[in-house]
Write a protein that binds this ligand. Sequence first.
Ligand code: DC
Length: 224
Amino acid sequence: MGFVVAVDGPAGSGKGTITKIVAERLNLTTVDTGAMYRSVALECLNKNIKPTEIEKINEILKDIQIDLKRENGKQKVYLNGQDVTEKIRSKEVDDCVAKFAAIKEIRDKVTPIQRQMGENQNIIMEGRDIGTVVFPNADVKIFLDCSIEERANRRYKQNLEKGITTSYEEVLEGIKERHKLETEREVAPFVKADDAIYVDSTNMTIEEVSEKIIEIIEEKRKNK
Ligand code: DC
């Protein structure tokens, strides 16, 4: 088993960006587990399968292939051999992924793949259930929080940069709805592990959060 850092946090907490910075500084491999749930959701969208159609979902899960690869310093996501790095970030996937991620059969397929990735390399894995379900014995567990309003604010600004003109109120509503689905689902709900270190990024810059997390990891590594 490699050295495992688990980072759990909501969308908009800065988790993706921070994980990349920390990974580069400490020479860890990043694993974005949300990308895996997004890939399954995309496959279901492509095949016109609804979250209620469990039998059809089981069918596609039988031989679905999801690969996270690093190419020229960038993370690429492959679904059944096709590069879906961009497609999994579409609004269509955004809107339905939380419903697919709540399905036990999907989590049962994806979780072992994630565990395998920590077997023989040093990783920093980000998601919602890494410290609670995927790696309950992770070497370091971080729970990266952020207020719902600030998360909506960040997403709203990102959207404007991309030319998407959804109002702040609409963005906030969408975030609240997804948060409810993620925290109230029966399987692997998004909660803080008892032994995770709580970091609130609401009033911190990306650099400040990254520095803090690096400090926490280095301290643990020293004592390992
Ligand atoms: O982090 P993200 O927004 O890319 O995650 C996409 C979806 O997958 C989101 O609804 C949360 C869910 N997810 C999850 O349930 N468990 C994880 N370990 C990672 C993501």
